[in-house]
Design a binder for this molecule. Structure first.
Ligand SMILES: *Cc1c(COP(=O)(O)O)cnc(C)c1O
Length: 367
């Protein structure tokens, strides 16, 4: 698309300069472009076990209803989520993936003149959704690749609209432990919305702070969760937020009426009932994390300690060519140069054989 096309200048100010989100390359695209087969994808933090059998069964049960609009209020799923978290259903907002919720939050609470505050190396959707609605982006410097809450607190002012914190964070895998996050939120003015994005919380070890427990104390807190990662339903697009009911009411005003389809609602509901699948997923992830990090260490590569289902490794040189070479070996990983980390590669934890294959390919291309 040419920049000189006069229609480009018609875009809203934030949109004109927006750099679109770069998704992990699909396997089909790699195989089409490079003619490789049997390739593996460790690029989008998907669950290598797939999803719960109960979720598949629930999806099959919805096929005959495809001509009907879904329940726009998501009654059954919201009721189950409310029970899981010990909150009222009126505190749950469903999203087409939690990405949808993040975008809805930006549309409700941000506009030109308001500031959107997040950390260096924060999830790419925060700046995209914020800039699209004309908000000013405020980037706090990171500490050891993770959130520096003191630096963030120092950047809050009368114009701050939303503060975004992923815990654990993507793409670094860093996480905030102890009381720091709780105390940071407690010290924020109540006029500032704080989003705690818990996309990877299922993988974090016991003792990791669960912000969904703090809703009573903080009416300005929105916690987001997803079925895309540990629950293995990334393709279906379903996530949700937990918040004060009045905040949920605002989010619902701009939410598309049928944003979560019936198959996704049914699958998510069934997946919630299969905690054994989540336990298996967490165990596999711990073993895979050990396998990959030991493999990196054996190659003399440092990694950022990760609380998620991925690990970001420092190649000590530009990751661009390494990524290209890995693609030719049939391995899709995630370069993170767009996050300002040109020498790092983010690798999702896969099955044991996939991790082994990635390590072998990396060893081969790094010589
Ligand atoms: C993957 C991810 C999400 C969720 O994505 P959805 O599939 O839209 O639910 C949200 N936040 C972070 C930090 C993520 O990495």
């Amino acid at each position: 698309m040419s920049q000189s096309n006069p229609f480009v200048s018609l875009a809203a100010p934030g949109v004109a300069d927006l750099k679109p989100y770069v998704p992990g390359k699909p396997l089909s695209e790699l195989e089409r472009e490079l003619g490789v087969t049997n390739s593996i994808k460790l690029a989008s933090n998907e669950n290598p076990l797939g999803c719960s059998e109960a979720a598949k069964e629930a999806m099959r049960g919805e096929i005959g209803e495809a001509s009907r609009y879904p329940d726009g209020g998501g009654f059954a799923l919201r009721a189950a989520l409310a029970a899981k978290h010990g909150v009222k259903a009126s505190q749950i907002t469903l999203g087409n993936g939690s990405n949808d919720i993040l975008d809805i939050i930006a549309r409700v609470f941000l506009f030109a003149g308001r500031e959107s505050l997040f950390s260096q190396y924060a999830f790419a959707v925060y700046p995209i959704s914020s800039q699209a609605v004309g908000a000013t982006l405020m980037v706090a410097p990171a500490r050891d690749y993770g959130h520096d809450l003191d630096a963030m607190a120092g950047m809050v002012n009368d114009n701050t609209g939303v503060v975004w914190i992923a815990n654990p964070n993507n793409p670094t895998g860093t996480h905030l432990t102890g009381n720091g996050l709780h105390d940071f939120i407690a010290a924020l003015p109540k006029s500032v919305i704080v989003v705690v994005d818990e996309a990877y919380i299922e993988y974090a070890a016991a003792g990791h702070p669960d912000a969904s427990q703090w809703l009573e104390a903080f009416p300005n807190l929105i916690v987001t969760r997803t079925f895309s990662k540990a629950y293995g339903l990334a393709s279906l697009r379903v996530g949700y937020s937990l918040s004060h009911p009045d905040v949920a009411d605002l989010l619902n005003r701009v939410r598309h009426p049928f944003n979560v389809n019936a198959m996704a609602q049914a699958a998510a509901l069934a997946a919630l009932g299969d905690q054994a699948f989540i336990e298996r997923s967490i165990e596999l992830n711990s073993a895979g994390m050990r396998q990959l990090t030991e493999g990196f260490a054996a190659m003399g590569l440092a990694h950022i300690p990760s609380a998620g289902n991925f690990v970001t490794v420092d190649l000590g040189r530009s990751a661009t060519e390494v990524d290209q070479a890995l693609l030719r070996e049939g391995c899709i990983t995630r370069p993170v140069a767009n996050y300002g980390m040109p020498n790092h590669l983010r690798v999702s934890i896969g099955l044991e054989a996939e991790n082994a294959r990635l390590l072998a390919a990396l060893k081969k291309v790094l010589v």
